[in-house]
Design a protein around this ligand. Sequence first.
Ligand code: AMP
Ligand code: MG
Length: 498
Amino acid sequence: MQSSQTIEFTLDWQHPYDALGTAFYTGVQPTPLSNVHWVARNHALAEQLGWPVHKWDSEKLLSALSGNSVLPGSQPFASVYSGHQFGVWAGQLGDGRALSLGLLDTAIGPQEFQLKGAGLTPYSRMGDGRAVLRSSIREFLCSEAMHGLGIPTTRALCLTGSPDRVLREELETAAVVTRVAPSFLRFGHLQHFAANGDTASLQLLVDHFIAKHFPHLLSVEAGPKRYTAMLARVTRLTAEMLAQWQAVGFCHGVMNTDNMSLLGLTIDYGPFQFLDGFDPAHVCNHSDHQGRYAYARQPQVAYWNLFCLGQAMLPLIEDQDMAVAALESFKTDYPMLTDQAFAAKLGLAGSQSGDHELIESQLKILAAEKTDFTIFWRRLSHATALLATQAPAQAFEKVRDLFMQHEGWDNWLPAYERRLQGQDLLKTSSQMLQTNPKYVLRNHLGEQAIQQAKIGDFSGVADLLRVLQTPFDEHPDFHHLAGFPPDWASSISISCSS
Ligand code: AMP
Ligand code: MG
């Protein structure tokens, strides 16, 4: 048998911006780390990419995906972008600690591979180009959790660690996440060239993006009409992503325009949080003193960010009214998509007048006591099946138990029951169980896995990866990962520092 150490990984790397030129990127070599080791490997993604799993054992791959060597044919680079941070123009940013290895044709289409934390780039500004184990575990797990929930996201292939010290609020150790996406282009990439008045580069980049990622738009007349159609498409994808975030209780935490993907992918996992109790005003990022990125404000912020994108594309769209019209679709699409998402969570078949009010009144009841968001929906999903054979009071008993004040719930339930009349309740329940996850990456779960990993035990990360990749399944052995958060969960402080 061939030793895994000798297996060559032959990959046909392409450079996504080769045709565009060096205005878009700078070639840069990763900076090695000492004594690198695997922390986690995502076999499911490797299989989807069409990479035989046994190649994971290769020392060469460990070295390359830690940034200690460069795979043959890869020409690593960092790209430049700008953006608004917390509503204020921040000027030039860029891949300060993300290095692209290039683009590969895979079984799930062309994918770009990036190392996050592989050292300084020309865009590192005051940073050190590194990522710490703590935040890298969070990014690795949350990327796959979002994918498991069916929410568009960049993916995470693996995570490597090193004992090398990295200074944050305290001394931590270095890690590198290999992340994968069809493109890592952000709103900020376009803002960069627009802010510099470089319309020629802006157009090159946008034409490239359309050709590679929205080829269906090539049938639209070239010029302003096509650029408007692209803006409308990004607006739609962003509305879809936001509706899904809200429906699962996901707070991103740093929705700066440089953290918004042109493909509508969730990107740049930092101080994110899945809500424990339902609190629309919840702010997960302790650096966000104004609450700009509170859960309930995310849709508005997305629209604000899209508006910045529209402004950046104005030199190409030429007509302000056309740009505004493309953006306006967010105002109808987002509420419609959100209502659809919450109607599915409630198991409502079809669409009826009064559904929106039913959803809104339910969310008010949850907000009143900050009821646990994930557990509420999961219990409701199970209760709906019981309603097929039991009286409502019995069927929904465990849901009712979630409230201290029962009045709101008791008043709401009859309207819900009436709305479900005529539906196959067993089928409805099983659909709800595929919509309302049992497992989400709550802060305290990530924190426990991080504390274990810090002392060299990566089993907690592996367990979480397993359940989060299929979060609608029961996984009876991991039931303890689906419980209420412990009291100490609310004291976990997550800032931008990563
Ligand atoms: P973020 O808030 O994580 O999206 O980062 C904003 C900008 O700062 C991006 O351009 C990042 O690449 C850069 N950045 C963040 N942390 C570091 C770091 N440790 N070293 C270099 N650049 C960083
Ligand atoms: Mg970022």
